[in-house]
Design a protein around this ligand. Structure first.
Ligand code: SAH
Length: 265
């Protein structure tokens, strides 16, 4: 097994960590791990460089404990990097493969759903709690199409967005153009009467009153074993909204700016 030349440095004062980091800029350092708040493990590419650094650090930090160690390569680099997240620099996002963000482009319009309202954000969060890959999704009251496009980006097999407001549908079609590859079918009509197929996940960000009025229909439209995400209501309406689905239980509940979102199963 290969091993990495390293030094362990224990400093008596935590604040000296900055001095250590500064001193290390003179050396070809492969990585620095803070093992405790007052202790560092510094990896080098070569043993010679490690020995040079160790001697000089020992001289520069006479009160520190500086030890040479050879660290077995147990894939430490991969392990230490597994927690890395995407970084954004200006308009460029550099992301590791496990943290590739989902982008939804929505042109602000008079229609509801720029992503700035708490209920939209709660629904976006609720959608991400479900593995949508290969599932069908129905977005009831799609507005700008934001939830439908997000569901598609999250891997849903097929997504339908319905709205009875022609302006909302106009905005949603425009946004579909701005999100190439998003597979969303838009339906014009009232959810209560439109011809719709049941979906594995139904999301309805409406109002408390509408959620109660459409409860039976929303139930019919949720496939057996599926999820129903409801938002657009406040705490005072919660009992009534949830009671309209006596056969379902709350799998998740979230609150934001006094708005609620529940996922029923
Ligand atoms: N889904 C978006 C927009 C929610 S706003 C988001 O979460 O941000 C609610 C939308 O539901 C509006 O666009 C409104 O036109 C639509 N809507 C209200 N009642 C409806 C009904 N009975 N059938 C279909 N759409 C309806």
């Amino acid at each position: 097994m290969t091993s990495w030349p390293a030094i362990d440095v224990d400093l008596p004062t935590v604040a000296d960590g900055d001095l250590l980091q500064a001193a290390l800029t003179d050396y070809a350092v492969a990585a620095i791990h803070e093992t405790r708040t007052d202790s560092w493990r510094v990896f080098f590419h070569t043993g010679a460089e490690r020995d040079r650094a160790r001697a000089l650090l020992a001289a520069d930090f006479p009160y520190a404990n500086v030890r040479a160690v050879d660290v077995a390569d147990e894939d430490w680099a991969a392990r230490s990097q597994a927690g890395l997240r995407a970084v954004r620099v200006g308009s460029i996002l550099v992301a590791p493969p496990w943290d590739v963000p989902v982008t939804v482009v929505i042109r602000p319009s008079a229609g509801f759903g720029t992503g700035h309202h708490a209920t939209t954000r709660l629904c976006l969060a609720a959608l991400q709690r479900i593995d949508l890959r290969d599932r069908s999704v129905l977005d009831v009251g799609t507005g700008s199409g934001v939830l439908a496009i997000a569901a598609s980006r999250l891997g849903a097999r097929e997504v339908t967005g319905i709205d009875d407001d022609p302006d909302a549908l106009g905005a949603a079609s425009g946004n579909l153009v701005l999100n190439p590859g998003a597979a969303v079918t838009l339906v014009a009509g009232d959810v209560r009467s439109a011809d719709l197929a049941p979906a594995d996940v139904v999301v309805a960000n409406l109002t408390g009153a509408l959620l109660v009025a459409t409860a039976r229909r929303l139930r019919q439209l949720t496939a057996a074993g599926g999820r129903l995400i409801l938002s657009g209501f406040m705490a005072a309406e919660e009992t009534e909204v949830v009671a309209a689905h006596p056969d379902r239980s709350i799998e998740h509940r979230a609150e934001g700016d006094q708005w609620l979102c529940v996922t029923l199963k």
